[in-house]
Design a protein around this ligand. Structure first.
Ligand code: MSP
Length: 512
């Protein structure tokens, strides 16, 4: 029986060029996608751009171009970023595509037919930057400017005819859904925030706008465009060919296993989205994980704050895999993380160049010198060997569990411990002193090569390019990587040739 896994990133606003925050969400999602693939799942990994709404319309007007051409241009930079980040996404969706419009219109019609939507009038605060409605107690006034307390973005007063979704009706069903699916929202701390928000009372939600035109029209009333969040969230279904539910994509992949998002958009994903779906009688996703922000100094990195670290510049200077490794390892997953070039350089020098790069170089050089780059043909494990090799077997279920609970840091910590232990093993065993005991020398080489194989497999979801380079030593190709094989000790074929590799990571010269 095939096993399926559907993971999504938020779809990004193409209002400006991509920055590190966007790269972060996508890299983390790629990590999970790659892990589940090597674990044996058929994965569908979706990313894309969110192109409608007033925010984009205004950004295009500012540039003096029509919104579609504006989006075409910037959406391309997001698509290119996916390549530069080596994302393994299976699709890239744009909300201006026809397939998406059909899907949104269908969902709208279902909600209208079920009397979940009614026409009335909205008057209240709206933030174009967040594309969100705020109640009076969610805003503040500083220096005569009214802003949203959570995001700090300017809010404006709007009064217009609007369709409303009967969100209030879904308060109790949502609370029931959260209690029946205790891991629907992770991490735990954010789940509590959402639950108290819902408990505090849900008001019906305005789901159409009349005062601008850049969006998908309400099918029964073309004066209205559908609220950009109802439009955007539906992308997760559009990519599976919804409304055609009788096709393999939809049947295999819905409900999604994981919507990976930033904490700033949790309310949309954990309250509005399941409410729309429950109302339309579509099963909600299995999990929404709200990760923290990448901070620059103490503030969220964002275009409007002008404090952006450009992922392209970092990749140009340091390479992609160091950036991926750094973001995955250094940011405590779920919390905000402060990143800096200095910490990135330390991470490259210690973890990547010293611990991983050196281990590979030393062991390969030693195998070249003593065995002419052949995997030993005779070896016999003693307790020192089985102790270290068995660690993988005894931890494999924990590792899978970490991933299934998005416990990313525990996964990385295990790899770091194993890198440390593998280096220590090679040092302590002193194979260079075993020239008179060839069987022992051979065994140490075999075990060290096995450890490199296992560690490279575990590193594959984090630094795929480097991991593949190392696995080439053993002629293991991407399609052959099998996470489950880390528990076996005899995968490397006796007496076969291994390949040499070039330096994996260059150390960064530091002035201090
Ligand atoms: N278009 C909406 C999402 C719709 S999903 C149906 C949106 N777009 S966004 O471009 O503003 O941001 C998308 C996501 O980028 C955030 O939720 C978050 O995942 C990521 N990040 C943007 N800035 C970030 C940081 N500074 N740090 C970490 N991630 C942040 O919201």
């Amino acid at each position: 029986m095939d096993k399926y896994y559907y993971i999504t990133t938020p779809i990004y606003y193409p209002s400006g060029k991509p920055h590190m925050g966007h790269a972060y969400s996508s890299i983390i999602a790629d990590f999970f996608a790659r892990f589940k693939r090597i674990q044996g799942y058929k994965v569908f990994y979706l990313t894309g751009t969110d192109e409608h709404g007033q925010k984009i319309q205004r950004a295009a007007e500012k540039k003096g171009i029509d919104p579609k051409s504006f989006c075409d241009e910037i959406s391309k930079t997001f698509r290119n970023l996916s390549k530069l980040l080596n994302l393994s996404n299976d699709d890239f969706i744009r909300t201006t595509e026809l397939r998406h419009a059909k899907s949104v219109e269908n969902l709208w019609n279902i909600l209208e037919d079920k009397n979940e939507i009614y026409l009335s009038k909205y008057s209240g605060w709206y933030s174009v930057s967040d594309e969100a409605f705020y109640s009076e107690d969610e805003i503040q006034e500083i220096d005569n400017k009214k802003t949203a307390k959570t995001s700090g973005s300017i809010v404006e007063w709007i009064e217009e005819e609007s369709y409303f979704f009967r969100l209030s009706k879904w308060q109790e069903p949502l609370l029931k859904f959260y209690s029946e699916n205790p891991k629907f929202i992770l991490p735990e701390s954010r789940k509590n925030e959402v639950i108290s928000f819902v408990k505090s009372g849900l008001k019906d939600l305005s789901v159409s706008r009349k005062s601008f035109s850049w969006g998908i029209k309400v099918p029964s009333n073309k004066d209205h465009v559908i609220y950009v969040w109802l439009d955007a969230l539906t992308n997760y279904l559009s990519a599976l060919n919804y409304p055609h539910t009788n096709n393999d994509l939809y049947k295999n992949y819905w409900p999604a296993d994981l919507h990976l998002i930033g904490k700033d958009i949790l309310r949309f994903h954990a309250v509005y989205w399941p409410a729309f779906l429950l109302a339309a009688n579509i099963p909600p996703p299995k999990r929404v994980y709200g990760h923290g922000w990448i901070l620059s100094g103490e503030e969220k990195m964002s275009k409007s704050k002008g404090n952006i670290l450009d992922p392209l510049e970092i990749i140009d200077n340091y390479g992609l895999d160091p950036l991926r490794y750094y973001l995955i390892k250094e940011v405590s997953f779920g919390n905000d993380g402060n990143i800096s070039k200095d910490k990135l350089e330390n991470c490259i020098n210690s973890d990547l160049a010293n611990n991983f790069g050196n281990l590979c170089q030393r062991v390969i050089a030693f195998t070249e010198k003593n065995l002419n780059l052949k995997i030993p043909k005779e070896y016999e494990f003693i307790e020192d060997d089985t102790r270290i090799l068995n660690l993988y077997k005894s931890n494999i279920n924990n590792l899978i569990d970490y991933i299934d609970n998005q416990n990313l840091n525990n996964y990385v910590n295990f790899i770091q411990d194993q890198l440390f232990s593998a280096n220590k093993y090679f040092n302590d065993q002193e194979p260079w002193k075993k020239k008179s005991d060839l069987k022992r020398l051979n065994t140490i080489i075999y075990v060290s090569l096995e450890l490199i194989r296992k560690i490279s497999i575990m590193l594959y979801p984090i630094i795929p390019n480097t991991s593949l380079k190392v696995l080439k030593i053993f002629n293991i190709e991407e399609k052959d990587i099998d996470f489950n094989s880390i528990k076996s000790h005899n995968i490397l074929k006796k007496n076969t040739n291994i390949n040499k590799i070039s330096i994996l990571f260059k150390k960064i010269e530091k002035n201090d």
